[in-house]
Design a protein around this ligand. Structure first.
Ligand SMILES: Nc1ncnc2c1ncn2[C@@H]1O[C@H](COP(=O)(O)OP(=O)(O)OP(=O)(O)O)[C@@H](O)[C@H]1O
Length: 249
């Protein structure tokens, strides 16, 4: 099993691009995350698996600063940035595609995309408006349409495109394929593979664990607000028994 994804402060994991150390998160009195540690190294694709309600989205929302951690630390490039707001996390290079997509309904596709455009942390502008449209040709025909006039698949493409236009070094995809038609789902996975090839790190939550294993280097599995398993994706593809037990599949 791979232990390097969750090490103690001061070790290599604390120097990762982003890492969480011993995070405890609550909603009111409900204790949701119980000491979760996770490192997201540069250039790696990490899958986050677990049954419904195990804390995956809460972990992401804690990393992004939407929910405060009551205990524990968040690091970026080895620097303690615990308590940083979502805007700061975006500036540090995280593109977040939330569950439910978050496309602005009253803005056109073009406006939705352009509003997020910015250079990456190192000044690079690899993901331009034009490149996003090349990646999602379907959006070219929808540029003037409002967010509320799009199909679920088109909304998801706008949501991913918008995150890419921030030129992130880490792209977080929370249930990006949920509720979409099979052809659109295939399209989204094709783009995820393309994004990975460009060297952007990814953190992927998806119900289709086989696809997650196929598109990631490492996988962590959550159970009741704790990390229950961490392993290399290839290893779990070869020996899925432990994963099946945790996911109930
Ligand atoms: N805003 C909230 N207020 C109170 N409890 C919440 C809130 N959001 C989530 N929870 C609870 O926190 C727990 C973890 O939820 P979370 O959404 O992080 O799980 P998940 O693994 O992402 O599952 P899912 O796939 O269902 O989204 C669940 O018990 C859920 O009911």
């Amino acid at each position: 099993m791979l232990e390097t994804l969750a090490e103690k402060p001061g070790t290599a994991a604390a120097q990762a691009m982003f890492s969480l150390q011993q995070i405890h998160t609550y909603y009111g009195d409900s204790h949701i995350l119980h000491g979760v540690s996770l490192a997201l190294p540069q250039g790696q694709a990490v899958g986050l698996l677990g049954r419904n309600g195990m804390g995956k989205t809460t972990l992401i929302r804690t990393l992004m600063g939407y929910v405060p951690a009551r205990e524990g630390q968040v690091f970026a490039d080895g620097k303690n940035i615990t308590g940083a707001a979502p805007e700061k996390m975006a500036r540090l290079g995280i593109g977040y595609v939330p569950e439910g997509r978050g496309v602005f309904p009253n803005l056109s596709v073009k406006e939705n995309l352009l509003m997020s455009a910015r250079a990456g942390l190192d000044g690079q502008k690899n993901w331009s408006y034009e490149r996003v449209l090349e990646t999602f040709p379907r959006l070219k025909e929808r540029l003037a349409n409002g967010g509320n006039q799009l199909s679920g698949g088109e909304q998801q493409m706008v949501s991913i495109g918008r995150a890419l236009m921030t030129n992130p070094r880490l792209l977080i995809l929370d249930e990006a394929t949920e509720g979409l038609a099979p052809l659109v789902v295939a399209e989204i996975w094709r783009v995820i593979a393309q994004i990975r090839q460009t060297g952007i790190s990814t953190l992927i939550v998806d119900r289709d664990y086989k696809k997650v294993l196929a598109h990631t280097d490492h996988v962590v599995v959550m159970e009741k607000g704790r990390l229950a398993l961490q392993a290399e994706s290839a290893q779990l593809q070869a020996q899925p028994e432990q994963l099946s037990a945790l996911l109930g599949v």
